[in-house]
Design a protein around this ligand. Sequence first.
Ligand SMILES: Nc1ncnc2c1ncn2[C@@H]1O[C@H](COP(=O)(O)OP(=O)(O)O)[C@@H](O)[C@H]1O
Ligand SMILES: [Mg+2]
Length: 236
Amino acid sequence: MELILKDIQKSFENKIVLKGASFTFEKGKIYGLLGRNGAGKTTLFNCISGELSKDSGEVILENGLGNEGELDYSNIGFVFADPVLPEFLTGYEFVKFYIDINKDKIIDIKTVEEYLNIIKISKADSHRLIKTYSHGMKNKLQMLCFLISRPPVILLDEPLSSFDVIVALEIKNLLKEIKSEHIIIFSTHILQLAMDLCDEIVVLNHGILEQVPSELIRSGKFEESIMEILKEDNYD
Ligand SMILES: Nc1ncnc2c1ncn2[C@@H]1O[C@H](COP(=O)(O)OP(=O)(O)O)[C@@H](O)[C@H]1O
Ligand SMILES: [Mg+2]
């Protein structure tokens, strides 16, 4: 399975954000999408998911069976930087609801308690309203949605930036466990996170995507060369 981006362009009024971003993402790898604040990471994710309409270009999900098609919402799990959840439900109620509306497509369905256990939300917390949850807990709950419905493509928009070290480690392990079945793209402006978690690193710079050679990621020169690539810019 591959997610193929072809020459994606997107501007806001007279500001060009994506200038022809092209890349092929493969199943089984965690990709780090690295770029400075304002580089266009969120915009790119929104163009992939269809949340925003792109000016031109194509987003194709090739499933290896010869059928390819433009990606649609049901193929994507999106974890937003600012989690979007119904705050008036408890965590438990939300997970129960989410299972209910997706039950036809869930493989190997578990109980609400079992799911909450995966993301280590305690019984007491699960019966509190989501609006009382910390940012990290909300993010974990959003991640649980894709652990339940298992969309082929999972986009994580700077999700770990707000996590404490323990939660970050839990999430890292979860992602590693499921990665063989998915295309996972994880945006961050934090170099260390990208180096820690990702198999491949793609830099979004000047509106285009460039892959960092994998031998460079594990070498001592990585940090230096990324800095070199990113520092020339003037983002607002
Ligand atoms: N809805 C919008 N209208 C106008 N400009 C936008 C909009 N969304 C993003 N931008 C601009 O596009 C650029 C890229 O933003 P964004 O994709 O959020 O970057 P990143 O996620 O990498 O920090 C920024 O200059 C931002 O101000
Ligand atoms: Mg962003």
